[in-house]
Structure formats: C-alpha cells, structure tokens
Design a protein around this ligand. Structure first.
Ligand SMILES: N[C@@H](CCC(=O)N[C@@H](CS)C(=O)NCC(=O)O)C(=O)O
Length: 215
C-alpha cells in the first residue's frame, strides 16, 4: 500500500501539480492522488486543509507535509536514490538543478500569457508572441541540455530526470498554443508526450473537460 498522498489540482490546468505527479509516476513510486478542484468558491479553504501555503501540490507522508513542487521532487529523489531522479554525473546534476530552478522561479511571461490548458488547442493566441523571450530561452535550454548531456536517451539529460518533470507543463503549453519549434525541440516534446504517465495525465485532463461540458 502506498504511503504517499499527493494533493493535486485540476489535471487540465495545474501545471505545478503535473511536475511531482509525473516524476513519481515515471519512477514507478506508488502514491494516492487527492484532487482539489481549483477555481471554485471553496478551493482555497479546501487547499488550506492540506497545504499551509494555500497552494498545491502538497505531498503528505507519515505526518509530514511537503508543499511546493520542487521541494516534493527533491524529497522523492532523496528517498528513492535507486530511481536516479537527478543525473548521476555531478556536472550534469548541477546543470539539471540550474534549469529546474530557472523553471521554478522564472518564465512569468509564459505562465501569464500561455496558461496550461492541456486539452485546449489555441494556435491563434497572441500568447506566444507576448512570451517570445521566455520561449526563446526555454528552447535554448532544451538545445543545450540535449546537446551536452542527452546522448543516452531522448530527455534533457538522456534518461528522464526531475528537469524533465519541471519542463513537462511547458511542453503541453507549446502544443496548446502551437509554438513553432525546430526538429530537435519537437523530438524532445514527442518524447515527453510519449511517456505512458503523460498520457495517463492527459486522459485525466480529458475526462475533467468532458465532465465540465456535459455538466
Ligand atoms: N511554487 C509553487 C506554486 C504552486 C501553485 O501556484 N499552485 C497553484 C495551482 S497550479 C495553486 O495552488 N493555486 C491556488 C491558489 O493560488 O489559490 C509550487 O511550485 O508548488
């Protein structure tokens, strides 16, 4: 039986929730998901029952609450070293932490102008133009990581790592908003979308959107 409970938001919208959910799924760590619906009158009160910051995701484990997506991913990586959620090589790991932290603390313009909407297809949006500097920087990061560290697999550091978990919601945004990318970035995006865990999350998002439209 799983000892972890991951509190998440709507699968179609909650980019921060996707990150630890994907990291734990890809690593094959069993956990129970508790979904709190966002954008409801009682959302804040319901989130605060789990998370002192009033934000999700939060991980509940043996009486401990870990809030914040990156803190959860770090906790999981420490508790499950056999899953190698950070690259083994020290230099690669330092860069992986740098790009994960850059994602965690940056790209406000992309977040604001291209919010995650997994099932949406909005190719005519003005969002990508407004966020063009963030998009250019992200494409530069992907290209550099793939070129320097990605020889042994299709992900940023070859094998799937926490850095990919952090950038997975960006991949969905690029798809939703029809961001134009080169073949290398497209191959990386395809690798993320091909993960069985990513398809499972997408199915969850689809079910949510369908139940909202059918009432
Ligand atoms: N830095 C936090 C951000 C978490 C965050 O903004 N979560 C959103 C959902 S994606 C949230 O809880 N929003 C509810 C609210 O602000 O009331 C993290 O990395 O976990």
């Amino acid at each position: 039986m799983s000892t972890y409970t991951l509190v998440i938001g709507n699968m179609n919208w909650s980019s921060w929730s996707l990150r630890p959910w994907l990291g734990m799924k890809v690593a094959g760590i069993p956990f129970h998901s508790e979904l709190v619906r966002l954008r409801q009158a009682d959302s804040k009160a319901r989130i605060l029952k789990f998370s002192p910051s009033g934000k999700i995701p939060a991980l509940l484990h043996h009486g401990l609450t870990i809030w914040d997506s990156l803190a959860i991913l770090e906790y999981i990586a420490e508790r499950h070293p056999e899953d190698q959620l950070w690259p083994l090589d020290e230099k690669a790991r330092a860069i992986a932490r740098s790009v994960a932290a850059e994602m965690h603390s940056g790209f406000a313009s992309l977040r604001q102008n291209c919010p995650m909407d997994i099932m949406g297809r909005i190719p005519d949006s003005t969002g990508p133009e407004a966020a063009k500097d963030d998009i250019a920087r992200i494409l530069e990061i992907w290209d550099e990581c793939r070129t320097r560290f990605g020889k042994e697999g299709p992900f940023l550091f070859g094998k799937f790592s926490t850095a990919d978990a952090m950038y997975a919601p960006v991949v969905t945004r690029f798809t939703t908003y029809g961001v134009k990318v080169d073949a290398g970035a497209q191959a990386y995006m395809d690798a993320i979308w091909s993960l069985p865990a990513m398809r499972e999350w997408q199915e969850g998002a689809k079910a949510e959107v369908e139940s909202a439209t059918t009432g």
